[in-house]
Design a protein around this ligand. Structure first.
Ligand SMILES: C[S@@+](CC[C@H](N)C(=O)[O-])C[C@H]1O[C@@H](n2cnc3c(N)ncnc32)[C@H](O)[C@@H]1O
Length: 212
């Protein structure tokens, strides 16, 4: 059941567009882990970050059914572009249907395959304004090092799930690979003089990282 705080926050944030409501329902029906989807509040925040920062070129790692890419695309101008990376090709039909329905398919390019491989193929001269990291938790430290050179100075990285259900600050910290990688990611980012960082306690933790 939705927690009271989450319900209150959702009810006092702007409603999302109809295609996002439709996509959340389809994701619940057709996928095994529908909770991976960003949801209305985080989706609104992603859209607002795009609008406030004036981002035009966005990289997303972990598309799932396309919810967060739609939110970011709705904050982009007509000249904007999103490269989104996804390993699971079975998600492509629903993703494309949702992008069409939201009227943003022209703005989004899907790159199927393992993100760490795809990242090596992206042209280094086309710097991104914003990167949303939301794929394999075990690979967060590698995603971070791979995307930092692809981000323009002053650009923003948004990393999802960084509090990992409280496991990253539990005592003792659980020994699983996902938690260990997120602990390493959080420590690296916090100590990195190349960036400024703030961890937000939204959902499962959302870290904002600005490249100096
Ligand atoms: C949490 S979901 C993304 C949710 C999406 N950003 C949203 O907010 O709706 C994580 C996605 O990352 C994908 N993924 C996992 N490992 C990956 C990898 N190595 N390369 C690319 N995508 C990966 C999964 O298949 C899954 O669809």
């Amino acid at each position: 059941m939705e927690a009271l705080l989450d319900k209150y926050i959702r009810e006092h944030s702007s409603p999302v567009a109809e295609p996002l409501v439709w996509l959340e329902k389809q994701t619940n029906i057709h996928t095994n882990y529908p909770r991976m989807l960003s949801g209305a509040v985080q989706g609104n925040l992603l859209k607002m970050l795009v609008q406030i920062s004036g981002a035009r070129r966005i990289l997303e790692i972990g598309a799932f059914t396309g919810y967060s890419s739609i939110c970011m695309a709705l904050g982009l101008g007509p000249q904007g572009h999103i490269d989104t990376l996804e390993i699971n090709d079975e998600l492509e039909p629903l993703m494309r249907q949702a992008w069409e329905r939201a009227g943003v398919s022209r703005l989004i390019e899907l790159h199927l395959g393992p993100a760490l491989e795809t990242l090596k193929t992206l042209p280094p001269h086309n710097l991104y304004d914003m990167v949303f990291i939301d794929a394999n938790k075990r690979e967060y430290p590698q995603y971070y090092e791979a995307v930092l050179p692809l981000l323009r100075q002053g650009g923003l990285i948004v990393a999802d799930d960084t509090l990992w259900d409280g496991k990253v600050y539990a005592k003792p910290v659980p020994a699983d690979a996902q938690t260990a990688a997120l602990v390493r990611f959080n420590e690296t980012v916090a100590a990195d003089p190349r960036v400024e960082t703030v961890v937000l306690p939204l959902r499962d933790g959302l870290t904002l990282i600005r490249k100096r």
